[in-house]
Design a protein around this ligand. Structure first.
Ligand code: ADP
Ligand code: MG
Ligand code: MG
Length: 211
């Protein structure tokens, strides 16, 4: 099985940043259709700052590393995303207290804590057309895979698919949170930008675990 250290997690951060960075036009267009067009620039800036902080992050234990990531996200990402990502990483950090590596079950716990952090802080649930609609199915799938005793290889493929399908599912949803809920048709027919960038993160994380 895999075992990720803080240094490994910062490798994932680099890869996630690259994926986000190269999808600038696409994500900006998504947030321009239903919001204020800044989502890519917000999240890109957040990941850019994380990459700059890697020399520091990679020396920290997992708890401090995740806490620091949360603090950076909270201070750098503008818009609603900052506090939500901040809460996600703060909650994830708590699950890693005293741990030196992240294994399969720990990774599932981390994603579940992130989901709960976002849901509590954003006062939102699955079906509200947000990044939660990516994370929630991914976490449910991950828990299910572990319960069924699937291999890590099967697990990462299924979790990745659940996240990508979850992001796609936002196209049919009426927004209950986020700027798209101010649109006359509640954003129906458009993907939620935050759900899409969250699917990039889960995708890259699962690819990294499998590599
Ligand atoms: P803003 O809407 O303030 O400009 P961003 O454009 O950076 O911030 O982020 C928008 C994304 O944040 C949305 O696409 C959605 O996925 C997510 N989001 C917004 N509000 C919430 C909430 N209450 N709970 C969870 N996610 C949310
Ligand atoms: Mg926006
Ligand atoms: Mg904004």
């Amino acid at each position: 099985g895999f075992q990720l250290t803080s240094k490994d997690y910062t490798e994932y951060i680099k890869l996630a940043y690259a994926k986000i960075h190269e999808n600038g036009e696409y994500v900006t267009a998504l947030d321009s259709a239903t919001g204020d067009g800044d989502h890519w620039s917000n999240i890109n800036m957040g990941f850019e700052s994380l990459v700059e902080a890697i020399p520091d992050l990679e020396t920290l234990n997992l708890f401090d590393c995740f806490k620091k990531i949360g603090m950076i996200m909270m201070s750098v990402i503008g818009g609603s995303g900052g506090v939500l990502y901040g809460s996600a990483y703060m909650e994830a950090a708590k699950t890693l207290k005293g741990k030196e590596v992240i294994e399969n079950q720990d990774m599932c716990n981390v994603l579940e804590a992130m989901l709960n952090g976002v849901m509590n802080r954003g006062n939102a649930k699955p079906g509200f057309k947000t990044m939660i609609d990516t994370l929630h199915p991914a976490v449910e799938c991950y828990k299910d895979c572990i319960a069924k005793g699937l291999s890590e290889k099967e697990t990462v493929a299924l979790v990745k698919k659940a996240a990508l399908d979850g992001a796609q599912s936002t196209a049919d949803m009426e927004a209950v949170r986020g700027r798209a809920c101010y649109q006359a048709n509640k954003g129906v027919g458009h993907l939620d930008p935050g759900a899409v960038t969250m699917s990039y993160q889960v995708e890259i994380l699962m690819d990294y675990i499998a590599s």
